[in-house]
Design a protein around this ligand. Structure first.
Ligand SMILES: [Fe+2]
Length: 443
């Protein structure tokens, strides 16, 4: 994982090659676990066929690294439009004349071989796309993001389980306080120094926040079950008008992949059906459900700025760190990342990943919905292309923070921003809640 310091080009080349390989091994695992018929099938209208992701990964790599950085001619210009995410919505992709699985693999493999040659000869400086290996870092993150999407496709597919992983670590250290206090004051949000940060994470800017309380850990299934048992899905008081209208039209009654079995709730997880574990963060809820739960609990979702201050601000030094635990790259002791486990860890796990304010599991486990719309920071500049972020700015999208167990360490940091529609549930998203810290009066 890349460090924030300027790195020797030989070391940086080695790091990039390692990250490219790790991403491709994960892609191979996700696309090799099912047969060709399943690769070309569409498992949900929300998702592309896996074979589309596979060739799209190769196509973006060719476009940015071989053509833009390397100045090479297109290898197969006729396929470019098929793999342009903006030209064809996901629902349309199965009807396109896509490369069959063997050809898609061969294409991605061919691109990768040429990219490794390019990397070996690249000075990794002297142009904005090259500085600190930015374009390579962007492509590594792109592949890992599609791997996360492909893992979501695996969760949506029906049929027997094909993926396996060991369970995550248990919670440690006894009962934790329910919430932590983040005192009032300014902090630095966003970054100017993180070498592979994307345009929407920039620039660094000061934000002043009043004091607030934040849940120590993400909301658990056990807590969410109390919202269900209390009739939370049947009480419009807890829902925004848009949220209630959606709850009614979509018939929402519980998180996605849950089913009632007599007196208990079960969930389907990568092809296995099991009782809902009460100590795990709730997963596969929409922003509307998260927001309704928070109101029912007499609380609210945190703003994006509150989330980032709780995750990055070090009250001793006054600076913002890369991660809740400091500046060190995420290790298995810090956070549940990288598909090492196929589920979130129980609430209260990862004591070594705790933030200075005492919040846990801000990174990894589940993406966390925030109350904030997706917008550009003050001084935002689209780079290297408007379609990465800017075209999504506005009130239609809500920001998610922190990454999930499906997110690779290289595509996760305290400044990283994700966004999605408030109705979406197939993503690996949960949430935690917050409240204002009113000044206490009297004894
Ligand atoms: Fe993409």
């Amino acid at each position: 994982m890349l460090n924030a310091d300027r790195t020797d080009p030989a070391v940086l080349r080695e790091q990039i090659a390692t990250e490219l390989l790790a991403a491709r091994e994960r892609t191979a695992l996700l696309t090799g676990a099912v047969d060709d018929a399943e690769l070309v099938a569409q498992h949900s209208p929300l998702m592309s066929p896996l074979v589309w992701d596979l060739a799209h990964i190769g196509n973006q790599e060719e476009l940015w690294l071989l053509r833009n950085v390397g100045g090479r001619d297109p290898m197969h210009p006729e396929i470019d439009p098929l793999y342009d995410a903006f030209e064809h919505p996901r629902a349309e992709r199965p009807r396109l004349p896509l490369l069959p699985p063997a050809e898609a693999r061969a294409y991605a493999h061919e691109v990768r071989g040429r990219v490794l040659d390019l990397l070996a000869a690249s000075p990794l400086e002297g142009a904005p796309l090259l500085d600190a290996g930015f374009a390579f870092g962007m492509i590594v993150q792109h592949e890992q993001q599609h791997d996360e999407t492909m893992l979501a496709t695996h969760q949506l597919r029906s049929g027997p389980a094909v993926l396996d992983a060991p369970p995550p670590p248990a919670a440690t250290g006894g009962p934790l306080p329910v919430e932590v206090l983040v005192p009032a004051g300014p902090f630095t949000m966003g970054t100017d120094t993180e070498p592979w940060a994307l345009d929407n994470e920039r620039p660094a800017h000061r934000v002043e926040l009043p004091a607030f309380w934040l849940d120590t850990a993400p909301v658990s299934n056990g807590s969410y079950l109390r919202f269900l048992a209390d009739g939370g899905y049947d009480d419009p008081r807890w829902w925004t008008p848009a949220g209630w209208a959606h709850r009614m039209s979509a018939g929402l009654e519980a998180p996605l992949f849950w089913q009632r079995d007599g007196g208990q709730w079960l969930r389907r997880r990568f092809g296995r059906v099991e009782p809902v574990p009460e100590d795990e963060p709730v997963l596969h809820v929409s922003w509307y459900e998260a927001d309704a739960y928070a109101r029912w609990a007499g609380r609210r979702l945190p703003t994006e700025a509150e989330w980032e201050k709780a995750a990055r601000h070090d009250p001793v030094s006054g600076r913002s760190r890369r991660f809740p635990w400091g500046d060190a790259a995420p290790g298995p002791e810090h956070a549940n990342l990288g598909q090492r486990h196929l589920r979130p860890a129980p609430v209260g796990a990862y004591p070594e990943g705790e933030s200075p304010y005492g919040a846990r599991q801000l990174i990894g486990d589940v993406w966390e919905w925030t109350s904030s719309d997706f917008t550009g920071y003050p001084g935002f500049t689209a780079w290297p292309y408007r379609e990465y972020s800017e075209v999504f700015f506005g009130p239609e999208y809500k920001v998610l923070r922190g990454g999930s167990f499906a997110v690779a360490p290289v595509a996760c940091r305290g400044t990283f921003r994700n966004w999605d529609y408030p109705v979406r549930r197939q993503i690996f998203a949960g949430f935690r809640t917050a409240r204002d810290a009113e000044p206490r009066t009297g004894g």
